[in-house]
Design a protein around this ligand. Structure first.
Ligand code: COA
Length: 186
């Protein structure tokens, strides 16, 4: 099984549409608190606007025999982006720089998990974030019920930060340099 990893330009993210929509459905299926909030979340309402408003974007698609089976989307954006009317995603005062890094979308299709693809995509994202010297703080937002993802990020070096929207989302935080990629097998 040959897996290829392709960096996707911002104007070519259409190839992530199906996987992104699957991610939203997956998160709804896992959630025990306010799952209906995912009904309005899709590639159109989440990924496209995020790419448009971020300063830098990094998307990687994993393919097997030409078929997209996984993707990760990370970005760099002003920290104020995360201080919204309806929620504050982390305490802005704890962030030194003007911009933060975020691992925003991450989905490995069913049947392709636990093969190391997620670790490879995660490491590529962290290397990309590390290349922006002025960005020191990285965040991941995990929706409620997705304990497997929560543990995955913790094993990689992220630590618990805070709850958002009464626990609908858990924010995890990492500082630049805190994550040392383990050797990958794929
Ligand atoms: C969470 C998720 C991204 C992790 O990706 P993944 O490809 O399953 O993760 P990996 O295979 O790299 O690692 C998971 C575990 O599989 C095992 N594993 C890793 N490489 C392996 C290999 N080559 N062979 C067998 N098992 C392996 C390990 O136990 C690993 O644990 P570790 O992190 O302690 O090493 C994936 O499960 C997923 O997409 N889930 C659904 C969507 C989701 O939750 N997205 C996150 C939203 S915040």
């Amino acid at each position: 099984m040959e897996i290829t990893y392709e960096i996707v330009k911002d104007d070519e993210i259409e190839c992530c549409r199906e996987l992104c929509n699957k991610l939203m459905k997956f998160q709804k299926s896992m959630a025990h608190f306010r799952p209906e909030l995912f009904d309005s979340m899709s590639f159109e309402s989440r990924m496209i606007p995020a790419v448009q408003r971020s300063t830098h974007n990094f998307t990687v698609v994993a393919k097997i025999d030409g078929k997209a089976v996984a993707y990760v989307y990370s970005n760099i954006a002003p920290k104020e982006t995360y201080d919204m009317d309806f929620a504050t995603f982390f305490d802005l005062d704890t962030v030194a720089g003007e911009e933060v890094g975020c691992l925003a979308n991450f989905y490995i299709d069913e049947g392709y998990r636990d093969l190391g693809i997620g670790s490879k995509l995660f490491n590529m994202s962290m290397e990309w974030l590390d290349s922006y010297r002025e960005v020191e703080d990285y965040f991941v937002f995990v929706s409620n019920g997705n304990d497997k993802a929560l543990e995955f990020y913790k094993r990689k070096g992220f630590v618990y930060s805070n709850e958002v929207l009464d626990g609908f989302i858990t924010t995890l935080h990492s500082k630049k340099g805190a994550i040392v990629p383990k050797k990958e097998s794929v």
